[in-house]
Design a protein. Sequence first.
Length: 276
Amino acid sequence: MDPGDESRCSEAYLHRPWVEANCWGVATPRALRGGAGIHSYAMTDSSQNPLRVFITGGTRGIGRAIALRFAREGAMVAVAARTSSDLDAIVSEIDAAGGQGDACQTNMRDHGSVEAAVFRAVDFFEGTTDIVVNCAGLVEFKAFDELAVDDWERALAVHLTGPFLVMAEVLPSLRESERAHVFNIGAGLAGEPGPGQSLMATSKAGLEGMSRGLRADLGPEGVRVTTVLPGYVDTPGLEPWKETLGGAAVTSPAAVADALWDAYQAEAAPDEISIR
């Protein structure tokens, strides 16, 4: 899509006050707030100025734990997820934890669906997004010679193209924040895959590369970008594969969420977080 082509953006979106050009991120950069990658803002009263957090894949596993971790800090949390039956539950959990929740069913493989989810989240946030967590994912271990083209394309779509679409749509809103931070949830196995893990390793390694590119492009504007590299995490997606792990350590979603919260509060944002 040509960045000047506004046909993909709804008329309502284009007339929101936070959009300066179009929904593909061609917006006037906001002034620098401190050095690239280093912020010294204080956490303000959450009731007066709550964090606004957009999470993909936020109804289960790691994404759910992150949503609830930020909710406990009084954040506004908008969740995008594929399974519609989980949406009401996560909103109720966010509200009960002390946050404000919203959710939207989203197909990360469909540009229009991602665009609609971002639009809804930004509207919920009244124009400014502080934190983006690209967490939507799938777990599938299969020997390379057993992979089909559909397997390959699905993994790349969810783990790489989906986050690209999210970032392309959310950038104008993210640039409105004085505490902007992007977290891309990668995988520790991307650096050293085991048998049957080439699909995960390839798609998650691509996400690491996207993080580096975002950091280079957005760091000078004060937007922080961190790749989170968990090992095996005890999620519903991992359950069918536990017997294949050979006794490898498995961490909890809560541990990942806590590490992410700590990184957000750090004065100098880490480029990567490894969690085992």
